[in-house]
Design a protein around this ligand. Structure first.
Ligand code: HEC
Length: 243
């Protein structure tokens, strides 16, 4: 029994830090930043929705949460057949996608909850040229991913920078950073802002109720604070005779 217990203790950190060795960039998530969420939604619809669905989300639900009027949504975000009330589904057939890409692109409704915001942000910033891959790219946080570098047009292309370390007779070569070798339409800073917006939107998508919950939470606390006054007075009144 003791042995099993200590084995668990040893294994636990290994499980908890499954991503060990991969440095994740921190991203500031702000679900109150509506302009950022709106820009993220637009990027998502234009660049991601062709492969990934977000089938728990409805366009007009998102519009309402993020303050995007129906007509703006229709003009900027909907493709021909979508109605504002429809769910964010993809036209691509899952089987076809698997044939073309090797892996069917997963639904992204709750991806920020399973992977975490920092992971997504780093993933979108970590595609690099790799001639050995069918897509021409690889990724430092998601090795050998089947996803192509969809945002290349905005970011451009990065090449890995290697560092060598010596362990006894063996030299190991590791990627220590990425360097932009051919710029895209955006500057490096603007691309970071764009991927932060996208990550912000995906985080919101994981839990749209968060926006409402935070608002409700504030009222609940205010209500409890107000309630404190009569409760205190009542307590004083009750204990007056006991003491
Ligand atoms: C050409 C189709 C395609 C497009 C467009 C695309 N992806 Fe992907 N994506 C994939 C595939 C395929 C995978 C699965 C990769 C794997 O498992 O190796 C994937 C995986 C992912 C994952 C990791 C999911 C996991 O397994 O945890 C994230 C996050 C992601 N995509 C985000 C995005 C975002 C954000 C966009 C828009 C900027 C986007 N993708 C656009 C094909 C696509």
């Amino acid at each position: 029994m003791k042995k099993i217990f200590s084995l668990c203790l040893i294994l636990l950190p290994a499980v908890a830090f499954g991503n060990a060795g991969v440095h994740l960039e921190h991203v500031d998530i702000d679900l109150k930043d509506k302009p950022s969420l709106q820009r993220g939604a637009k990027l998502f619809v234009n660049y991601c929705l062709s492969c990934h669905s977000a089938s728990y989300a409805r366009f007009n639900g998102i519009g309402k949460d993020l303050g995007i009027p129906d007509d703006v949504m229709k003009k900027n975000m909907l493709f021909v057949s979508d109605k504002v009330g429809s769910y964010m589904r993809v036209a691509m057939d899952k089987e076809d996608a698997k044939k073309w890409l090797g892996v069917a692109p997963p639904d992204l409704s709750v991806i920020a909850r399973s992977r975490g915001s920092d992971w997504i942000y780093t993933f979108l910033n970590s595609f690099y040229l790799d001639p050995n891959k069918a897509t021409g790219v690889n990724n430092t946080v998601f090795k050998d991913t089947a996803m192509p570098h969809i945002l290349w047009e905005l970011q451009g292309w990065q090449r890995p920078v290697y560092s060598e370390s010596q362990h006894g007779d063996e030299t190991t070569k590791e990627i220590s950073g990425l360097k932009l070798v051919s710029p895209g339409k955006m500057s490096e800073e603007d691309y970071q802002v764009a991927t932060r917006d996208l990550t912000n939107f995906l985080t919101y998508l994981g839990e749209p109720a968060k926006l409402v919950r935070k608002k409700v939470g504030l009222w609940v606390i205010l209500f409890l604070l107000v309630l404190l006054v009569p409760a205190y007075l009542l307590k004083k009144e009750y204990w007056k005779d006991v003491k």
